[in-house]
Design a protein around this ligand. Structure first.
Ligand SMILES: *Cc1c(COP(=O)(O)O)cnc(C)c1O
Length: 393
């Protein structure tokens, strides 16, 4: 039973305003720029491009829209295939279906939990020998951790297949000093309410290819040809970001570094307090990478712990603490029942194991220290009780 009267709810990751958002919103109201274009949109695009070290950025209505535009710009159409990380949120792959193309899912590897270069190589080799290379590879940086970009980029270059970096969860992270989102032909970010910074809802498409980003803006505004009489020769979308929301994003971007530091501190404290429990292992941080630790994720070895992650999640829910399983791999989703999948090991799927044993803990940058103490203590107590029960049995 949830005892809401006594203990306030601790969320997985809730919006964290800086206090300056209102200033930009007011400016938009005072100048009557209440539209999917305007000075905040232009400035937010420039600021994100500068932050991530890319030439151009297009602010759009969601991260999903950004992926859709990237795939469109790469010419993905009916009958094509697109490779995609399997251990991710459905939004990484839904746009593949919007375009009538077919996804092929690639397993994770244990060091980053992200796309396995071994599995990708196998998939590319097979596709090549069948004469049907994918039109794109969508690489996800899970929970802020960069994928193995050197290896993945080399494979994409070898087979001449463009990469889209789904950096929806990894704004503020880096790989060998290079900002997350700046790898591949396109990078995408999300500013959904639960992400490290938010515009309530929104996204960004980034690229060094300025011409492609200009085209993205065109497609995102109904693909209106340059004529006064509303002429259209291509399918377009209504995907631009509101000038009001871009104002929120500008204020949020100014505190991104603080948000990353706060989330990393939360991760470090969980690790310090809980890694003494032998069945618990935390998501690794690959050498040379810097994760924003958007969500603290860990695995519980069920054989050693006698409890499953689901039991722990249920227990925490009853304590009014929101925890979640790791994303259910997309190749296991009913929607993708018939889709091809390449695993990291011959007979073992890394993503399936991470899903079976993985849990995300409350990680919001606005979580108070006492709240985190409560989460830690509840987990410690639960695990101790279960351990004692096991000994008695
Ligand atoms: C949040 C997220 C998206 C989509 O972002 P929206 O802005 O919600 O459309 C895409 N990919 C991943 C990995 C995400 O976590």
């Amino acid at each position: 039973m949830v005892n809401t009267a006594v203990q306030k709810r601790i969320y997985l990751s809730s919006p964290h305003m800086s206090g300056n958002e209102q200033k930009y919103i007011n400016e938009a109201f005072e100048t009557n720029w209440i539209a999917p274009l305007g000075p905040n949109v232009d400035a937010f695009e420039k600021e994100i491009a500068a932050y991530t070290g890319v030439n151009e950025a297009a602010a759009v209505s969601s991260g999903t829209a950004a992926i859709h535009l990237a795939l469109s710009l790469l010419g993905v159409e009916k009958g094509d295939t697109v490779f995609c990380s399997t251990l991710t949120f459905i939004a990484s792959a839904n746009p593949i279906l919007y375009l009538g193309a077919e996804p092929v899912f690639i397993d994770s590897e244990p060091e980053t939990w992200n796309m396995s270069p071994i599995a990708l190589e196998k998939a590319l080799r097979e596709a090549d020998s069948n004469g049907k290379l994918p039109k794109a590879v969508i690489v996800v940086n899970l929970y802020g951790q960069s994928a193995k970009m050197d290896e993945l980029t080399a494979l994409c270059e070898q087979y001449d297949v463009p990469m889209i970096e789904d950096a929806a969860e990894s704004l503020g992270s880096s790989y060998k000093g290079k900002p997350s989102g700046s790898f591949g032909q396109f990078g995408i970010f999300s500013f959904n309410g639960n992400k490290i910074i938010t515009t309530s809802g929104g996204g960004m498409l980034v690229s060094n290819d300025a011409a492609s980003i200009h085209k993205a803006r065109f497609l995102a505004t109904q693909a209106r040809d340059p004529a006064p009489h509303y002429q259209h020769s291509k399918v377009g979308y209504n995907y631009r970001m509101s000038n009001v929301l871009a104002g929120i994003g500008r204020a949020q971007l100014k505190v991104l570094e603080e948000r990353v530091e706060a989330r990393r501190a939360i991760f470090e404290r969980y690790q310090l307090e809980l890694s003494g429990i032998p069945c618990i292992q935390f998501m690794p941080e690959l050498n040379g990478t810097y994760s924003n630790r958007w969500l603290t994720a860990m695995t519980i070895d069920e054989k050693e712990a006698v409890i499953s992650v689901n039991q722990l999640i249920e227990f925490l829910a009853a304590e009014n603490i929101e925890a979640r399983p790791v994303w259910k791999p997309l190749h296991m989703q009913p929607l993708f029942k018939t889709v091809k999948y390449y695993s990291h090991y011959e007979n073992e799927s890394v993503s399936e194991e991470l899903f079976a044993n993985g849990i995300c803990l409350p990680s919001g940058s606005n979580m108070e220290e006492l709240d985190q103490t409560r989460v830690i203590n509840r987990i410690k107590n639960f695990m101790t009780v279960k351990e004692v029960e096991r000994r008695i049995v």
